[in-house]
Ligand binder design. Structure first.
Ligand code: NOJ
Length: 517
């Protein structure tokens, strides 16, 4: 386990829209480098960069054409190497985004795989053995190549699935076992890519759809896990400081497979949704725990989380996110005050937390934008970072019509500049929380987590992390609970008072108390 993860706080950067230095309307690597001090000022000591490899951008870069080359629009491989070096000088680590389950249909491997003549890449992707063979349970694209077969896609139609083989083979004529040399060659190709970027200086990878490799298995996915154990063995041996963090959303399985941390994501009925995004399916009414209407139920979250935490303790982490590039920003459902508490909570939980660019200033989800590069409903979460009130919010000097996605030109658009001057802004609040986290091991990734007060459909929620008590009342009403602890308040949003074995919390408040021994 890389030790640095113990106190890592990540910042996710969507390169397209972070900072444009060459005036072409799209963010670039030099822009990221110029903003490293800003990232550091937040207290973030690690960055996850969304894919910035050569790509036709049918899925914003998750359709990789060349795994070994930075997309021209972002700069060069040398620029990326320079970014690693500069970041390291500033004490910031960088994870790249690894897409192991599929490539672009323009990737050289696929161009060779689709040829009718047998070659080294014939089995690099999953093909049926004849164009007439198209079992409906698989997502196959049919009859569009000269090769006599149909190929499987992993996500969008432009993203053919790489072949790691099948568990429970049902069609032996074309499904290979994971142990087949051609499937093993895919695993080795993946490891080659990882070594290439690690040797250049990256600190590891966020792994896209990490559970999607071997087909024909669900649940514990033992064959997919074998692939990751193989990868982890390579890291432990040759790159012990490199981290891998999975998009799997099943920490019990992914941590066992070798990931150092796994994301809690906005999936149906999962703990993360219950905290921050849950709505009544019939009425649309907010019933997230952090909604101010107080309709949430923390016990629904804890049921899942406590078990996940127990099973992964000492082996790996769970990563909470403020948001990511696939998810509507919390401000779509929450007011800035609700979002502030929710975001602060993310940095008070165990595991490795992630801050999505722009959340620290309360950027909004932009409704009604035309889809860009396969964003669809995700487009509203990917708009340009709002640095200041100058042209294009300081994101780019290009004419407005050349900007990757429209900047927020509304009068009340938030910006870093505006937030800087307000001590209670989300920005400055998060800076304080993150600084306290760094200063106290109890609040870091592997510090303990113990529930103190959590009752069904009731607020506040109180928990303990080592010598700290954390109480949160997201609702718009005063709330109180029995409380046997006393101590010094080290951080608070709103007023909280502990007296006579009772904690009383103002509407929308959060309190971090160092417990008196
Ligand atoms: C998950 C990524 O986060 C998302 O943006 C992408 O579209 C899919 N995986 C496919 O790679």
């Amino acid at each position: 386990m890389p030790k640095w993860l113990k106190d890592a706080v990540f910042y996710e950067i969507y390169p397209q829209t972070f900072y444009d230095t060459n005036g072409d309307g799209i963010g670039d690597i030099k822009g990221i480098e110029q903003k490293l001090d800003y990232v550091k000022s937040l207290g973030c000591n690690a960055i996850w960069l969304n894919p910035l490899f050569d790509s036709p951008f049918m899925d914003a870069g998750y359709d990789v054409r060349d795994y070994y080359k930075v997309a021209e629009r972002y700069g060069t491989n040398d620029d990326l190497k320079h970014l690693f070096e500069t970041a390291h000088e500033k004490g910031i680590r960088i994870l790249l985004d690894l897409v192991p389950g599929h490539t672009s249909d323009q990737n050289e491997w696929f161009l060779k795989s689709k040829l009718p003549e047998k070659n080294e890449y014939t089995n690099r992707y999953i093909w049926t053995d004849s164009v007439w063979e198209a079992p409906p349970q698989y997502r196959l694209l049919c009859g569009i190549t000269d090769r006599d077969g149909n190929y499987m896609v992993n996500f969008f139609s432009s993203q053919p699935a790489l072949n790691y083989g099948f568990n429970n083979i049902t069609h032996p004529a074309w499904q290979l076992p994971p142990s087949h040399p051609d499937c093993q060659a895919t695993v080795e190709a993946l490891k080659d890519i990882m070594r290439f970027w690690l040797d250049m200086g990256c600190d590891g990878f966020r792994v896209d759809m990490a559970d999607s490799l071997v087909k024909g298995e669900d649940g514990e996915k033992p064959e997919t896990c074998k692939v990751w154990k193989n990868v982890r063995a390579m890291l432990d041996k040759d790159y012990p400081e490199a981290a891998i963090i999975s998009e799997w959303c099943n920490p019990k399985v992914s941590i066992g497979a070798g990931f150092h941390s796994d994301f809690y994501l906005d999936h149906d009925t999962n703990g993360y949704r219950i905290l921050f995004r849950d709505k009544d399916p019939k009425t649309g009414e907010c019933r997230a725990v952090f909604g101010k209407n107080g309709k949430g139920d923390i016990t629904r979250f804890l049921e899942e989380y406590l078990d996940d935490l127990k099973c992964t303790k000492g082996k790996g982490y769970i990563s909470f996110i403020t948001c990511n590039h696939d998810t509507p920003r919390m401000t779509r459902l929450f007011t800035p005050e609700e979002a502030k508490l929710a975001y602060a909570f993310v940095f008070l939980m165990p595991g490795v937390p992630f801050l999505y660019y722009g959340d620290e200033i309360g950027m909004s989800y932009r409704e009604g934008l035309t889809s860009k590069e396969g964003g669809f409903s995700r487009t509203g979460t990917r708009t340009p970072m709002q640095w200041n009130n100058e042209a294009n919010c300081g994101f780019s000097s290009a004419p407005a019509e050349k900007i990757y996605l429209p900047v927020d030109t509304s009068e009340d658009a938030v910006s870093v500049e505006k937030c800087e001057n307000d001590p209670d802004s989300i920005l400055n609040t998060l800076r304080r929380v993150i600084a306290i986290r760094h200063a106290n091991a109890d609040l870091q990734s592997d510090g303990d987590f113990e529930v103190v007060y959590a009752e069904k459909n009731t607020y506040p929620f109180i928990f303990k992390r080592g010598e700290f008590l954390i109480a949160v009342n997201p609702t718009d009403k005063e709330q109180s609970a029995p409380c046997d602890y006393n101590g010094e308040s080290v951080f608070a949003v709103g007023k909280v008072c502990v007296e006579k074995k009772k904690i009383t919390m103002q509407p929308q408040s959060l309190s971090l108390i160092r417990i008196q021994k």
